[in-house]
Write a protein that binds this ligand. Structure first.
Ligand SMILES: [Zn+2]
Length: 279
């Protein structure tokens, strides 16, 4: 499932084809992708708007719309399991997994494709309301050492489920949590309030560097689903230290990597580099 680096990659790659373009129409092949709005209303809300900005919040791609100088709402796209965005000439046959199409004034369209249909392309007037309750962005200044130390202390939860919790920290998923915990030498079952301050700082730095490196490599593609808008796989999977490597030797110490289940998620670790918590 796409996490922060994959979503950031998609936002960056579709941005040049979208910013400044006016929306001339929209086609909806699978209404449920709209998250509850009917296709007619959706088309009416987006038609005539100009795309002002393409960004990201947590695992959402955020497309800000305006009309003249006034805000005209936002398109929020969540890729979930298998969603993809492509900018191609209007009329291109994108196959049977096309769910939503946004037509632009330069003869191209933004296509939202989704094999598994869990993804969303939602129109909203109020993005702030849609994102209320999300934790800070891990690559922002808000994710400071002081904030992280005190947030870990106050939560008293096990690290893996805490880091997956989008209300605690936005954008991380199973892959990058496992990678960051390994790089910091922290066991996924360690309680957050028992992580010493220096270790918390190390975890914070590893979360950032894992995400930054993954963005440089355009994310991770380990199944057939995630591809960039250019149709290419990411390459961060070649760098995985632990994710999906159970049964293989630890790249750090050589011990055979393990897979355990934490909060119903397959969790990959090295029991030597990441010692189990006492008790
Ligand atoms: Zn190891």
């Amino acid at each position: 499932m796409p996490e922060l680096p994959e979503v950031e990659t998609v936002a960056r790659l579709v941005r040049p084809g979208l910013v400044g373009r006016r929306i001339t129409g929209a086609g909806v092949a699978w209404e449920r992708s709209l998250g509850g709005m009917d296709a007619r209303t959706f088309r009416r809300r987006v038609r005539g708007a100009t795309i002002e900005r393409v960004g990201r919040r947590a695992k959402w791609i955020v497309i800000d719309l305006k009309e003249g100088e006034s805000a005209r709402g936002h398109l929020l796209c969540h890729l979930r399991m298998s969603g993809r965005l492509h900018v191609e000439p209007t009329g291109t046959d994108m196959g049977r997994h096309e769910r939503v199409r946004i037509d632009l004034d330069d003869g191209k369209s933004l296509f939202f494709l989704d094999v598994r249909k869990f993804g969303r392309m939602v129109f909203t007037d109020d993005a702030a309301e849609s994102f209320a309750g999300l934790g800070p962005e891990p690559l922002s200044d808000e994710f400071s050492s002081a904030w992280f130390r005190s947030a870990l202390k106050s939560r008293k939860r096990r690290l893996k489920p805490l880091l997956l919790d989008q209300t605690f920290l936005a954008g991380l998923g199973n892959i990058y949590v496992d990678e960051a915990l390994h790089a910091s030498g922290l066991h996924p079952l360690r309680r957050s309030d028992r992580v010493p301050g220096q270790k918390a700082d190390q975890l914070r730095e590893e979360i950032r560097s894992v995400l930054e490196e993954a963005i440089l490599r355009e994310g991770s593609s380990f199944d057939t689903f995630y591809r960039t808008p250019e149709g290419q796989p990411g390459s961060y999977q070649d760098q995985f230290l632990v994710y999906g490597r159970d049964g293989k030797p630890c790249r750090t110490c050589g011990r055979t990597l393990k897979k355990i289940v934490v909060a119903q998620r397959g969790t990959h670790l090295c029991t030597r580099c990441q010692p189990a918590p006492r008790g």
